[in-house]
Ligand binder design. Structure first.
Ligand code: XMP
Length: 518
């Protein structure tokens, strides 16, 4: 289950509403529209027609989803959506839904079509395919397909295994494609989306992260916080850094940043130095001993996350009691954190920075970046003059090294991992690879193997190198690193870090794996 920001929040005249039917790509549709330069919001498919109208979208996209229109209680929308005179584009399940609601027939395909397909345009008498070549590669991911269309809908494209792969309404601005234009594997996907957004919906390119957006965020914070105080859990990562900076711009010294040194961080962060440079005061709490002691004997990944989350709450609680008039807890939550936070039925990992905290602490949440995607936060950060070393820093998880030490965490393992990670970081920079990969780190496994060094037998830990490339951290591929780099990393770690005698490279994508191992 996703959570959504329903209110339009930023007042943009030209705006596209994406109705979410649960596809893994729904968030990507929204991000791509913003990348094109038009404001977009992802909302649940169940939004009422009145609510849709009140937002005044210039176009509506019906996303894909894992459902079949013929299953029991499929997610549906009211047919009245077609009477709004707002252009509509259906994608995958969205296309099947449009066909179904107009009286078409949908069936399970003989062959599941998953991956790249050759798409052929049958009809150019529409704006959707303006400038798109007759034949191109598209990304498919479906089990059902439209088999028969009512008179009002017309086929405009097919693939070898899907005879109705794109359609258009004869009279209304309603379009649909069975493939995913938002996925980068679809050769002309962005052009098709641009045709819909700019030509059919006639949106202007006015979603720019300029001073107007920045000022409106700052004003909103100032108005909401008024004369109260805010504490902010500062991690030193880009999201909390940008959040802190914007809030500081709005309310100055009423902001109290707290950085908890859990002892599970990478080498001494240059936090104080960077904050001083940005005129931010950050209180550093030394909680190394506390964290080590609460983790003793804990091996289960979810237990580690929960224990750490609880400890953060208790530290923030104590700190907030020391300051008069604290009413808000600020966090660097971004739009994808909001959308991806799930209920326990589909919980994969507990991220302690989403939800939970204020409820238990009776504080109100202040999350100024929750409307923005990561790349947008970077743009705002750049406008604020935040140093490049922060803006392009790889993400680091809240539970820190504890979830990169599989099994029990102890001081010895933390020291081993810190040493290995610092070698990795140094080499990535020396090989000029740091900015071309999205995240790189080492995992320490709780297994030992036999090796030989200087004619002597060794029996030490195995470590894993995990390096991935990703646009949004929801899907990722392992990075294709040069062999000479891999060789250098392996040599240096085995030679210089006592306790590791074997390094392996993780070549699993996400999905099916996740980026972190716990
Ligand atoms: P996974 O392992 O879920 O990670 O593929 C996706 C991204 O999220 C980071 N991550 C976290 N960040 N608190 C955070 O702030 C957490 O508990 C947490 N767990 C994972 C991970 O490093 C990757 O960038």
């Amino acid at each position: 289950m996703r959570t959504y920001i329903i209110e339009k929040t930023l007042d943009y005249k030209d705006f596209i509403l994406v109705l979410d039917f649960g596809s893994q790509y729904s968030q990507i549709i929204t991000r791509k529209i913003r990348e094109i330069g038009v404001y977009a919001l992802l909302c649940p498919y169940s939004l009422s027609i009145r609510n849709i109208l009140s937002k005044k979208p210039k176009g509506i996209i019906l996303s894909g989803g894992p459902f079949s229109v013929y299953e029991k209680n499929p997610p549906l929308i009211s047919r009245n959506i077609f009477q709004l005179n707002i252009p509509i584009l259906g994608i995958c399940y969205g296309m099947q839904l449009i066909s179904f609601l107009f009286g078409g027939e949908i069936e399970q395909s003989k062959y599941k079509e998953y991956g790249k397909s050759n798409f052929i345009i049958d009809c150019y008498n529409n704006d959707l395919f303006h400038g798109i070549p007759k034949k191109s590669i598209v990304w498919m991911s479906h089990f059902d397909e439209v088999k028969k269309l009512p008179k009002t809908l017309k086929v405009i494209g097919h693939t070898s295994s899907c005879s109705i792969a794109a359609l258009i309404h004869e009279k209304k601005d309603i379009y649909a494609v069975q493939f995913h234009p938002e996925v980068s594997h679809t050769e002309f996907g962005i052009s098709i989306m641009k045709n819909f957004i700019l030509h059919i919906c006639k949106c202007n390119l006015n979603w720019k992260l300029n001073h107007f957006v920045l000022d409106s965020i700052v004003k909103k914070i100032r108005k909401r916080v008024d004369s109260k105080k805010v504490i902010l859990g500062f991690s030193g990562g880009i999201d909390s850094f940008v959040a802190a900076h914007i809030i500081h711009k709005a309310i100055g010294d009423s902001l109290h940043c707290i950085f908890v040194d859990t002892g599970l961080l990478l080498k001494k962060e240059k936090i104080s130095f960077l904050c001083k440079k940005m005129n931010l005061f950050v209180k550093i709490i030394d909680a190394k001993k506390r964290f080590l002691s609460i983790l003793t004997g804990i091996t289960d990944p979810e237990m580690k996350r929960k224990i750490i989350g609880k400890e953060f709450i208790s530290i923030f609680q104590k700190e907030s009691e020391k300051i008069k008039d604290v009413e808000f807890l600020a966090q660097g939550t971004i739009y994808s954190d909001v959308i991806e936070s799930s209920t326990s039925s589909s919980l994969i990992k507990s991220h302690h920075n989403v939800g939970g905290l204020p409820h238990l602490m009776k504080l109100k949440l202040l999350e100024p970046l929750k409307y923005l995607f990561k790349d947008e936060v970077r743009k705002i950060g750049k406008k604020l003059g935040i140093p490049k070393e922060i803006l392009y820093r790889h993400p680091f998880p809240g539970p820190g090294l504890s979830i990169r030490i599989l099994g029990e965490v102890n001081q010895k393992k933390i020291s081993i991992l810190k040493k290995a990670e610092s070698i990795l970081l140094q080499e990535l920079k020396d090989y000029d690879l740091y900015e071309s990969v999205s995240q790189a780190f080492i995992i320490l496994l709780p297994i030992k193997s036999v090796g030989v060094m200087g004619d002597k037998r060794t029996y030490e830990y195995t470590a894993v190198l995990r390096v991935t490339n990703t646009e949004d951290f929801m899907t990722a591929t392992f990075s294709h690193l040069p062999y000479n780099f891999l060789e250098k990393i392996s040599n240096r770690i085995i030679n210089e870090v006592d306790g590791i005698n074997r390094l392996v490279y993780d070549i699993t994508s996400k999905p099916p794996a996740t980026i972190e191992w716990e």
